[in-house]
Design a protein. Sequence first.
Length: 288
Amino acid sequence: MPIDELERHPFINYLDNNIDSEKKYTGLIIGSFPVYSCTDSLDQNLEVSEERFNKEEVKMRFFYGSRRSEFWEYCSRAFEQGNPTCLVDNFTTQRTIDFLNINNLLITDVICQTNRKNTSAADSDLWQTEAPLYVANNLSLNDSIIDIINGHPSIKNLFFTAKGTTRKTPFGWFKEICGETFPEDNWNNDSFGKNIEISGRQFNAFLLPTPKPRAIHFTDENRNPHFVHYLQSVDREFFNEIDRTLKDDRSDVQEERLKVLRKDFLIESYRQAFVENNLDFDGHINAT
């Protein structure tokens, strides 16, 4: 079972062969770890025992290459560009790298080696310390993030691909790698962006919403406050209508409208981060 299996990140060093020395990269996307279907397993000698690339579940062996992931869709729509992964062929990975370069972006993950519960893709199921000794002793974070940041002084924006600031999130693991406590940080799961300091250098840090419309909650008990503001901004009449309607009483038309608006909200959120670099975005589309 994967909890007893040590996995290594197979493309964390993609920059070794794909860096554009003429480019002044301004942003670094920071995720956690790839899905199980495209990682390498290590034996007790830390040699690769299996290289996975399940094409039924993964469209490319690269960051957010899962067929279920919508990350590149929302990134590309934020820039009003074509989705580099919409066509799955031998050039999908290179098109994605080109997309990053065109938009002055780099990408990496916070974990180099880990295990996980079952084959879960959830961050909370990574890094299980109750495991065989060779696994537990070789869980490792990606310290090369510091080299990326130090090697590119033009980077000023850090884009973390999940909400939350605790240990089992990209931002939480990043803090451990940096050895920073960010004492001024009072973020919570509703935060969007803040200015942080790392080794005397200032960065804009963004906590991107997970690119899954169903994760943008609008239930009777749990409503994403940024999405509420967005609804009020783009369609006040519909918001007033849906605000007074219990979830179980919503019509199919209302549910379909909410589905569309959730996607639009994600596109706008990604645009506010990647294009506008707007730390203060709270869902209002006119936020500045």
